[in-house]
Design a protein around this ligand. Structure first.
Ligand SMILES: O=C(O)c1cc(=O)[nH]c(=O)n1[C@@H]1O[C@H](COP(=O)(O)O)[C@@H](O)[C@H]1O
Length: 282
């Protein structure tokens, strides 16, 4: 057994997320250090600017969010030094008891997927977060190494089902009752068959309207969390979340990046904006 799959040293992700939501409320804040935001904060578009931005968000928003979701592309564009900043952010968040979801949207054939799983979920790996986003385009079962490693290490995954962008429909909605999105949701639910809240979540954008109901996704039987990006900059708010999820809203973790981040760099203003967003969606 590889070192990444040693016995879990933490409670299962589903339980840890539920605990964070009950104490800090149900908002995930994305850390997306776009060059324009760095500029608006008076920071350079450089690894140093990235680090200042990331640690400020952690300090200001960590205590009032269920989780933070760094978008890894914004770190990758700075190369090795950008990824070093991401490592620092993930380590500091872990020290502060703040859950992290690495938004990496990984997916590949099984042998390569094993390496992605180890990179983002493996015990002792520098980029391991509490959870990672996964892309099931190569087939849900291609994600098996990540599903198994998450279960073994008390970490989680969020599998793309209905994404917030309009182009997603051309793949995810196809097939009516036998849509790709529905098959992904069913496969995720099968992974969460235990008694506690499961560690396999779905990504369903807050902007998708009634697509989840129309395509027959049975979210209450998922027994896992639903990450719902699209709040704020992409136009969704409380009304759109209700339209998208209805009675399944308690399982949903609304997610906002740019709209909250724009309130910085002042930490008090940033925290107040995160709280205002969170409370406005509750
Ligand atoms: O997986 C994601 O986080 C994600 C899925 C999706 O369907 N739509 C979506 O916008 N996202 C991510 O969520 C973030 C949204 O950012 P804002 O539009 O600034 O709130 C970006 O990092 C996206 O990559």
């Amino acid at each position: 057994m590889p070192p990444e799959a040693t016995a879990a040293i933490r409670a299962p992700f589903g339980e840890r997320l539920a605990a964070a939501r009950s104490t800090r409320g149900s908002l995930c804040v994305g850390i997306d250090p776009h060059p324009g935001l760095l500029d608006a904060w008076g920071l350079e578009d450089s690894p140093a600017g990235l680090e200042r931005f990331s640690l400020t968000v952690l300090e200001a928003v960590g205590p009032v969010a269920a989780a933070l979701k760094p978008q890894v592309a914004l770190y990758e564009r700075h190369g090795a030094r950008g990824l070093a900043v991401l490592e620092t952010l993930l380590a500091r968040a872990a020290d502060a008891g703040v859950l992290t979801i690495a938004d990496a949207k990984r997916g590949d054939i099984g042998s390569t997927m094993q390496a992605y799983a180890e990179a983002w979920l493996g015990e002792g790996r520098p980029l391991a977060a509490d959870a990672v986003t996964l892309n099931p385009y190569l087939g849900f079962e291609s994600l098996r190494p990540a599903l198994d490693l998450a279960a073994a290490t008390g970490r989680g995954v969020f599998v793309l089902a209905l994404t917030s962008n309009p182009e997603g429909r051309s793949v995810q909605h196809v097939g009516g009752d036998a849509s790709v999105a529905r098959s992904i949701a069913r496969a995720a639910a099968a992974e969460n068959a235990g008694p506690g809240p499961g560690q396999v979540g779905l990504v369903i954008g807050a902007t998708v309207g009634d697509a989840a109901q129309r395509l027959g996704l049975d979210l209450p039987s998922l027994n896992g969390p639903v990450l719902a990006p699209g709040v704020g900059a992409q136009g969704a708010g409380r009304r759109e979340l209700e339209a998208a999820f209805g009675a399944a809203l308690p399982f949903v973790l609304p997610t906002s990046s740019r709209a909250v981040l724009a309130a910085g760099p002042d930490t008090a203003a940033l925290r107040a904006e995160a709280e205002r967003t969170r409370d406005g969606l509750a």
